[in-house]
Design a protein around this ligand. Structure first.
Ligand code: PAF
Length: 285
């Protein structure tokens, strides 16, 4: 596995693979890898294998411009040795792990923003977050030049925004949406989970219970107000849960809905102490 810390070294690496006729898949991450990330690597491998093989680049970069709170950036877990070991075991071909100064030159002015989608929902709770995300993802696409890139469905708004950006800007990359990987008790895997103290870690399972309740209601036939009310009721049953948002939107474009006649996505943001957790589920009528 090649470890590239500069843009030039990952470009040289990918160029050599391209010269051999290899396809390339990118797995963008901020490190602190867990089973969810490793699943992204496996699905990237499946995508390549289905097309005759190819190479996987995983990027590890804690992108400062997508953190709206400095404390959150400082507290973000970092463990490069473990990340590299896990990626080696997974058969990743190269890791692009640049420093901040390699990515953001002093005086840089250009940002990429998917305007409306970035300002709604989580974008209102975290101003500037999605603009930072789309800017770094565009830069990674330009640096690595992958045929495909993986994004987890857990960050559903992020996934929707990246799809919109790729379409709007004609970026020649296929976006692979990867289903959420969960702990045995239902909690969606996230690097943030390791910041939860034990009582909050147990309490946080209320999120997936709320989503299970929504799914059961939808299967039995329900209305939008009942669905919203029931999801909130399950979350409120956990006193440690600070509900930040419960949204039910059109699954295709996150627009507002007034009935459950099309596929919808439930988007939850719940804070436990200092840690904001998000989760989602797509429900079909
Ligand atoms: O989902 C993430 O980990 C990040 O937002 C991403 C896509 C790696 C961009 O920094």
């Amino acid at each position: 596995m090649q470890i590239c810390r500069s843009k030039q070294s990952i470009r040289d690496c990918v160029a050599a693979w391209r010269a051999e006729g290899q396809r390339v898949a990118l797995v963008p991450t901020m490190g602190a890898l867990h089973e969810g990330h490793l699943t992204l690597v496996r699905r990237a491998r499946d995508w390549l294998d289905a097309r005759g093989g190819g190479r996987i680049v995983t990027s590890i970069f804690v992108n400062p411009t997508q953190f709206d709170q400095q404390a959150d950036l400082a507290a973000y877990p970092r463990d490069e040795d473990t990340d590299l070991r896990l990626l080696r075991q997974e058969g990743c071909d190269a890791v692009f792990t640049p420093g901040v100064e390699e990515i953001y030159r002093p005086g840089a002015q250009t940002v990429v923003e998917v305007t409306a989608l970035s300002r709604m929902l989580m974008g209102r709770l975290r101003p500037g977050h999605f603009r930072g995300m789309t800017t770094i993802v565009t830069k990674l696409f330009n640096i690595v030049g992958p045929d495909a890139a993986t994004f987890g469905e857990k960050d559903y708004q992020q996934l929707t925004i990246v799809r919109q950006m790729v379409s709007d800007l004609d970026i020649p990359v296929e976006i692979l949406a990867i289903p959420t990987v969960r702990e045995a008790d239902g909690l969606a895997m996230s690097s943030r989970n390791r910041r939860l103290p034990p009582e909050d870690r147990i309490a946080a399972t209320v999120i997936s219970r709320a989503l299970d309740r929504a799914q059961a209601l939808m299967a039995g036939g329900t209305t939008l107000p009942v669905l919203r009310q029931e999801v909130r009721a399950v979350l409120k049953s956990e006193p440690r849960a600070d509900i930040r948002s419960v949204d039910i939107r059109d699954a295709a474009d996150l627009s507002r809905i007034d009935s459950l006649s099309r596929p919808v996505v439930i988007l939850l943001a719940v804070r436990f102490g200092e840690v904001l957790l998000i989760d989602q589920r797509v429900l079909n009528p």
